[in-house]
Design a protein around this ligand. Structure first.
Ligand SMILES: [Zn+2]
Length: 263
């Protein structure tokens, strides 16, 4: 029984383990092996022939979420966004210059380009369905990139970047709420600064994704979406936007997660 619970927990955690590595340049043979295979209103899809059949589903998902996310952030993107779909994890990991990446690393955004492994071959951690959420998650990162005018003057906290992307992609569920609640009840969680300074892999291992989406859920539920969008655009103004210090917000977040009553 204990083993079963552990497996369920692992599976739940794995769904939010995406990793969006920051990579400055994308070059190499793997990119060249993908050809322009489909265009939709706002996206251009590059894939191998074997993955053409999955592009319709990705395009519909992205277009269905496009206006909601760009309107929320108050942006218009003038060009089509490139989506590169790799046929397997090995070619995707090679393209992001991370050949030894674990199997839960399945999607990435590099400035205004979206890269992912095909939902038809998602590896051992992910599923077709979770990969279709990943494409929205990665698009949110790109939309945020545009909303901040490129990199922005102050770097975006990892918890804010990953938390918001998961929130908009619908990657929050009761299992994640329970896991985070248990982890916050059992021990002192990492501070928001500690989440921010962790490496991409450390962040994944410390359940940074689960913690981050619960921080964003707390901020939106308590203070509204408008302030969160302001924070994304000017994270250095956190105290002005919320009228509270970050450490006070952190305390409120822990109370929100551990005491919240949900039916
Ligand atoms: Zn991400």
């Amino acid at each position: 029984m204990k083993m079963k619970i552990r497996l369920v927990v692992l599976k739940t955690l794995s769904i939010v383990f995406l990793v969006c590595l920051t990579i400055s340049k994308l070059v190499g043979q793997n990119i060249d092996s993908l050809n322009l295979a489909k265009e939709s209103q706002h996206f251009a899809f590059y894939s191998t022939r074997g993955d053409i059949e999955v592009l319709d589903s990705l395009a519909i998902t992205l277009e269905n979420n496009y206006s909601r996310i760009t309107n929320r952030l108050g942006i218009q993107i003038g060009n089509k966004i490139n989506v590169r779909v790799f046929p397997n994890l090995a070619s995707f990991h090679a393209a992001i210059h991370y050949p030894d990446a674990p199997d839960w690393v399945v999607g990435s955004s590099i400035d205004d380009e979206l890269l992912m492994v095909t939902p038809l071959n998602p590896g051992s951690y992910h599923t077709y369905k979770s990969l279709v959420q990943v494409v929205v998650h990665e698009f949110v990162h790109i939309a945020v990139y545009y909303a901040r005018g490129g990199k922005g003057s102050t770097p975006l906290s990892r918890w804010l970047s990953e938390g918001y992307a998961q929130y908009e992609a619908g990657q929050i569920n009761e299992n994640i709420r329970k896991i985070v609640k248990t982890s916050l009840t059992d021990k002192t969680p990492p501070t928001w600064t500690q989440l921010d300074s962790a490496s991409a892999m450390e962040f994944g291992k410390m359940n940074g994704y689960g913690l981050s989406v619960m921080i964003v859920d707390f901020l939106i539920s308590t203070y509204g979406m408008d302030r969160l969008v302001l924070l994304i655009k000017n994270p250095e103004n956190i105290e002005i936007i919320y009228g509270l210090t970050e450490s006070t917000l952190e305390k409120q977040w822990i109370q929100y997660v551990t005491h919240e009553k949900r039916e």
